[in-house]
Each structure stands twice: as C-alpha cells, then as structure tokens.
Design a protein around this ligand. Structure first.
Ligand code: UTP
Length: 275
C-alpha cells in the first residue's frame, strides 16, 4: 500500500515571474483551484492520505491553503457561498499535511532527498504539481501507476511521447516494452539534444519510488545544470534492479510554461461547462 505522496514545490518558477516572486508556482490557479490542490486530489483518488510537501519561499501560502480558515468559515457559514469551500474542506478532513524546507535549490533529486524525513522507509509517490494531469475512465494517472506498482513492486516513472524536437526539456528513457505501454528502462538521459536522444519517451511529473532511492540520491553527484538529478539516481536504481516507465492514459499539461498553463485553463474551463 502506498500511503504517502511527496510534492517537491521549492523551485523558483522563474518562467512565471513576476507572479511567482512572492508565492510558489504551485499556488497558481487553473480556474479556481491552485495547481497543488489538483495534485492532492489525484493522490487521494489513488488512495493516499499523507501529503508531504517540500517547500522553499512562499511556504505560508501553501500551508494556509491546506488549513482551516476560521475567519473565512465563520464569515460565509450558512450563506450561498459556503459551497465554494466544500472541496478543499473535504481534502483537509481526509488528509494530513506535513512540510519540510529545501534551503538550497540543488535540483529535483535533492528536493526528493529533502523529503526523506517526511517519508521514512516505505514506497511513496511523487507529484510535480506543475504537471497537471487528467486521467481517463481507468482513473487518475497516479492510481494507474499504483496498480502497476502492486504488480511489479519497483520504482515507476510516468512517460509521454513528445515531439522529438523537445527532448532537451525532459528526462528521456530507452527501454524494452514488457507489456502494453510498460517499458523496462535500460537507459535514461536528462534533457538530451534531439540528435543524442535515445527516444522520444519523456518522463513527466509522476513517480512511484522505492525508499532505497534516498541512499542512491545521497551518492549521486550533481549532473546536468549542476543539479542533483532524479534521472541519474533512477538510472543507478535501474542498473541495480528494475525501474519501469509507464505510458499513462489521459492528458498532461506543462503548467510550468505559460503556453501549457493557458492550454490547461482552456481545457478545464471547457470541461467545467460540459458538466
Ligand atoms: P522545474 O524544472 O520546473 O524548475 O522544477 P522551477 O524552478 O520550479 O521552474 P523554472 O524552470 O524556474 O520556471 C520541477 C519541479 O521540481 C521542483 C519544482 O518546484 C517543480 O515542482 N524543484 C526543482 C524543487 O522542489 N527543488 C529544486 O531544487 C528544483
């Protein structure tokens, strides 16, 4: 059973400056909900109720969002506006939230290692909330991955086929397809130029990791961009045992970029008007 979900949310979000000057990009709203709330909802749908958040600056906004606002509750209690808080209240009731701080931005691998204190020695999920996902009738992306984890009991990364000219934006995998949409990883490269990319299968912001990853990250030197890369640590894990890549069913929006954020907003707006 995977009970905990880690949210690395300490990045600078420079592509969204000045909006991200005083708040984390994970608090940017798509319609009325901040990105991180969509992530927490996806984790809950996958059966997780312990949320571990790695923050940097702007910690207050994240903590306050997942806390009861007594003043606000008192103000709108019994009014026709009360329903606006139903979803967030339900999340707060169902989950526990804990926080730790990454005090130096040394990359995603380092952010995940910082979260060890909140996770301990058990398999866990990771959501990068700026990758906003919408699953399909099989469930959310994370619940699809949990099903696969229950079968193989190893680390799993979610992947997507991308335009080959965009390989320098992602970790790219190479592997053998062992069942429909499931690859056993043999190679992984962080942000390769299209000419050197082993495939066009890109890792997106959903992972299930076994806890031995922490010791591996500790021994992983800084890689591309001088940052400790989770891709490098996963490559070591794949060499020692097995790491799978899963071509998820559903849609993903890169809300860390302005273009992806606008696409997500349009998509979720249209979806909301259909219901
Ligand atoms: P990004 O590569 O999108 O970086 O991080 P960023 O700093 O957030 O955004 P830009 O590129 O400056 O616009 C991917 C994810 O990893 C987290 C980020 O918060 C984001 O969710 N992250 C990255 C950390 O928590 N710590 C780090 O040191 C790096």
């Amino acid at each position: 059973m995977i009970k905990k979900c880690l949210f690395p949310a300490a990045g600078y979000g420079t592509r969204f400056l000045p909006a991200t000057k005083a708040m984390p990009k994970e608090m940017l709203p798509v319609l009325t909900k901040p990105l991180i709330q969509y992530g927490v909802e996806e984790a809950v749908e996958a059966g997780m109720h312990t949320m571990a958040i790695v923050t940097g600056r702007g910690k207050r906004a994240l903590e306050d969002h997942f806390d009861v606002s007594y003043e606000l509750e008192h103000q709108i209690k019994g009014s026709d506006k009360e329903h606006y808080l139903t979803e967030i209240r339900s999340l707060i009731d169902q989950c526990t939230f804990s926080y730790t701080r990454q005090n130096e931005m040394k990359g995603l691998g380092h952010a995940i290692l910082t979260g060890e204190t909140l996770i301990g020695n058990e398999p866990f999920a990771v959501i990068l909330a700026d990758d906003l996902c919408d699953g399909n009738s099989d469930g959310g992306v994370l619940s699809q991955m949990v099903e696969l984890f229950n079968k193989y009991k190893c680390s799993i990364v979610a992947i997507e086929e991308i335009d080959p000219s965009h390989t320098n934006r992602y970790g790219i995998i190479e592997g053998k397809e062992i069942e429909d949409g499931v690859y056993m990883i043999s190679n992984m490269v962080e942000k390769p130029d299209p000419a050197n990319a082993p495939s066009n299968l890109a890792i997106i912001g959903r992972y299930i990791l076994t806890p031995d990853i922490f010791g591996i990250i500790e021994n992983t030197p800084a890689g591309k961009g001088g940052e400790i890369q989770i891709t490098d640590a996963l490559m070591t894990q794949a060499q020692k045992g097995m790491v799978l890549a899963y071509k998820f069913k559903g849609k993903r929006f890169d809300c860390g970029s302005v273009e992806g954020f606008v696409e997500a907003t349009n998509y979720f707006y249209e979806k909301s008007t259909e219901q």
